[in-house]
Unconditional design. Structure first.
Length: 397
């Protein structure tokens, strides 16, 4: 396949967006073989089946590097209660909060969880996504955590998309273990992780390091087990307060630290030294009416890559649009449109430990998004509009 007459944002090189105008892309065996100005097309690709893209914009296919799309039920009623003035305590007394999602997820069989997850996967694919990270963490018992991860794996057998699974057993305390976080880590979380790894269900390990969840010592024990199992780690860190999660993640060489609204200059320096990505999640910031913004300037200064993701979940970020995440990253956090596009392509790939996607370059997978757009900034500029013309996944589509 030879794509011609396109504006290509390669996301590599020194030019903004790595932009090539009047470009061509040669694809063979699911890989990009050549990309550059059409006038420089090597003769070996001249005979390929050619498609004229009519000047459309081509970017790497998008990557959602932080989601919770496998879960039972929803929390629309809780949303309505809060808008009506109910306090967090009142919502909790009425059965709301994460406990309600845990209950619904435990009650759901694999078919029900899969049907729900596919709705969100389809929405992301329709916006040009080729990779979706999916976390467990709403089971909080061994059986349900494994069920969630099995469902996540099945998504890729039913849809043309790559799924990266993350074990998030250290997400919250289940109600039956209230007040006993150490016992939960020892008796439920770590055995569940061992079982999931033995079944081949885990690509990475995450945790929620926060005053309302688990402290750095408890997360450290989870990370020690992950390292022993040969699994990379990442962390929900510094979302609601600053308790040292970001630097803990850096000490373990984490792929990413996510949320990081309360991270500071020292955290940014530690992440830069560790090579960790800062995953910004504006959907949760917006939904929770937060005011503390992540230290974007410090991340820039220290050269910390910034990714963007939906954090799609039933409670704090009921959002399934990467395009909206890009707009929010710009309007709420002050990112540039170029940073936003990098955040859902090359930097999102890095946050997942993937090195074969996220850019348009020879040898990379031919995962591409073709847009009815004249310039890359348009992807972050529009609100509630999907300009996707076509998605190519592994050279197909």
């Amino acid at each position: 396949m030879l794509l011609q007459n396109a504006t290509v944002a390669t996301m590599v090189g020194d030019r903004p967006y790595g932009l090539i105008e009047n470009a061509a892309i040669a694809i063979e065996d699911g890989l990009i073989r050549w990309v550059g100005p059409a006038a420089d097309l090597p003769a070996e690709h001249a005979g390929a089946t050619t498609e004229d893209l009519g000047g459309r914009l081509v970017t790497p296919a998008l990557i959602d590097c932080h989601t919770h799309i496998v879960h039972g039920g929803d929390r629309a009623g809780e949303f309505e209660m809060r808008l009506g003035g109910a306090s967090y305590e009142e919502v909790a007394r009425a059965g709301g909060g994460i406990v309600s999602t845990v209950r619904a997820t435990r009650d759901a069989d694999e078919a029900t969880l899969l049907a729900g997850a596919l709705r969100f996967a389809d929405a992301l694919i329709a916006e040009g996504a080729s990779v979706i990270e999916v976390k467990s963490g709403y089971g909080l018992d061994i059986e349900t955590e494994l069920r969630m991860l099995r469902v996540a794996r099945r998504i890729a057998t039913l849809r043309p998309v790559r799924i990266v699974t993350t074990f998030l057993g250290a997400h919250a305390l289940p109600p039956e273990m209230k007040g006993r976080p150490d016992a939960y880590i020892d008796d439920i979380c770590l055995p569940a992780l061992e079982a999931a790894a033995a079944e081949g269900l885990v690509d990475a390990v995450d945790g929620f390091c926060e005053g309302i969840a688990f402290d750095t010592a408890q997360i450290g024990r989870v990370f020690d087990t992950a390292k022993r199992l040969g699994l990379p780690v990442k962390l929900h860190a510094e979302q609601l307060s600053h308790i040292g999660g970001t630097r803990l993640a850096a000490r373990y060489g984490a792929l990413s630290a996510d949320h990081v609204e309360y991270a500071n200059e020292d955290d940014a320096a530690a992440m830069a030294e560790a090579g960790s990505v800062a995953v910004l999640l504006p959907g949760a910031f917006y939904t929770l009416h937060e005011t503390q913004k992540p230290p974007v300037a410090a991340f820039r200064e220290h050269g910390v890559p910034m990714a963007l993701a939906t954090d799609c979940n039933p409670g704090s970020s009921p959002m399934s649009s990467l395009l909206l995440s890009m707009n929010m990253g710009c309007t709420l956090f002050g990112m540039t449109p170029e940073e936003a596009l990098a955040g859902v392509t090359c930097h999102a790939a890095k946050a997942l430990g993937l090195d074969d996607c996220g850019t348009i370059a020879p040898g990379r997978r031919a995962d591409l998004a073709i847009w009815d757009a004249a310039q890359p900034a348009e992807l972050a500029y529009r609100i509630g509009f999907n300009p996707l013309y076509r998605r190519i996944f592994g050279g197909e589509g």
